[in-house]
Ligand binder design. Structure first.
Ligand SMILES: *Cc1c(COP(=O)(O)O)cnc(C)c1O
Length: 384
């Protein structure tokens, strides 16, 4: 690649796409003074998002991590209970367990789908296990039926974290519609964003009410400032809900932009996958519809991701490493439940995986440019 290629504009890994009525709704909220979590946009956003996903109740919160904390809290599990989560995931899932005085139990993921392996889940179940947090990694739905079946067999709760799979589908049903409670994030890199924000969804009226109370300091309607429970202030503001509502109105366009992006990447990089140099994200199939939250690449030859990522940066292309496995996190070593263990796939993905620019703002020629640069660079270093 010549020097001239290095001078093209810098392409970020993900930037928000603000193309609808965001400004109008926010201005409306500001002009009318409704800027706290009271205000019509909060309810409207909750209802419309829940209806998009196919859930009865939506309880908005101020970020995705708190959505998980709230969901776990609402299950009222006995102290020290075990909750199964994938090791190859963001730390939020583990924090939600730990902050509720429960014990996270990490399972390995598949090298094909990058999602938690159902047979590994079953092997980790003890009499202390009370729940599973199932997560759809980078947009590809996990093995929902198999996980639900295990949960039923052992009488476990299921929390679904679909922050990376808004709009994705499993057997024709939207991700976010499975398990007792589902949680999402509306952080700025998610398919729809409020900048910072999140939501818990459920079909269970009691859980919905419980989460609403807990989100709002567990105030009770009968007597103000009397509390029977330890709550949180996790409320989402009307201003941010106004942004979310406008984002939701264009959700179909957002999904098609992601699918288009993925198609271009597959078309250009597919050849490297055929040659077994890299592994690309799992493609959509009959039971799984991927919306490609982030387009990942895993090196199948032993060149660490970091090496390729540093080279891409020189060409003005920003990337991100895959998750660092949770079972190796230094922050967890001080806990009595911490165990040295090997989860080889999570470790492999953490070292050899990275994702390339996947933001909704990318234009077709940016995507083509990224795809070609990535392809040439990897070919150059693959020595074949
Ligand atoms: C983004 C994300 C979160 C955390 O959401 P925040 O809003 O950043 O707190 C949790 N789980 C998954 C799977 C995510 O991708």
């Amino acid at each position: 690649m010549g020097e001239e290629n290095k001078k093209t504009k810098f392409i970020y890994v993900s930037q928000p796409w603000i193309a609808g009525r965001e400004k109008e709704y926010v201005l409306d909220a500001v002009s009318n003074g409704w800027i706290s979590s009271e205000g019509k946009y909060v309810k409207e956003f909750e209802e419309k998002f829940a209806s998009f996903v196919g859930r009865k109740y939506g309880i908005s919160v101020n970020n995705g991590t708190n959505a998980l904390i709230l969901a776990v809290r609402a299950l009222d599990l006995p102290e020290g209970s075990e909750v199964i989560i994938p090791s190859f995931m963001i730390i939020s899932c583990a924090l939600a367990v730990i902050y509720n005085n429960l014990v996270p139990v990490f399972v390995d993921s598949s090298l094909e789908t990058w999602n938690m392996k159902p047979d590994e889940i079953e092997r980790k179940i003890t009499e202390k296990t009370k729940a599973i947090i199932m997560v759809h990694t980078y947009g590809y739905p996990c093995e929902v039926d198999e996980i639900l079946k295990i949960a039923q067999k052992y009488n476990l709760f299921v929390i679904e974290d679909f922050a990376e799979a808004i709009g994705s589908e499993y057997k024709g049903r939207k991700c976010g519609s499975f398990g007792n409670i589902s949680c999402t994030s509306f952080y700025s890199n998610k398919l729809i964003t409020t900048g910072e924000g999140g939501m818990c969804l459920t079909d269970d009226p009691e859980l919905a009410q419980k989460m609403k109370n807990l989100r709002n300091l567990s105030f009770i309607p009968e007597k103000r400032f009397l509390h029977y429970e330890l709550g949180f202030n996790f409320r989402l503001s009307n201003l941010l809900s106004a942004v979310g509502l406008a984002q939701l109105e264009l959700i179909e366009q957002r999904i098609s932009r992601k699918l288009k992006m993925a198609q271009i990447y597959y078309d250009t990089l597919g050849e490297l996958e055929e040659k077994k140099i890299i592994k690309l994200p799992p493609r959509s199939n009959r039971d799984h519809k991927n919306t490609f939250w982030m387009y990942g690449i895993v090196m199948a030859i032993k060149i660490p991701a970091k090496y390729i990522m540093d080279k891409l940066k020189e060409f003005g292309i920003e990337t991100r490493p895959f998750f660092f496995p949770l079972h190796l996190q230094p922050a967890f070593r001080k806990f009595s439940w911490f165990r040295e263990q090997k989860l080889p796939n999570a470790e492999y993905l953490g070292e050899y995986g990275f994702y390339i620019p996947s933001g909704l703002d990318l234009e077709e020629n940016d995507i083509i440019h990224v795809a070609k640069t990535v392809k040439n660079l990897i070919l150059e270093h693959a020595n074949i």
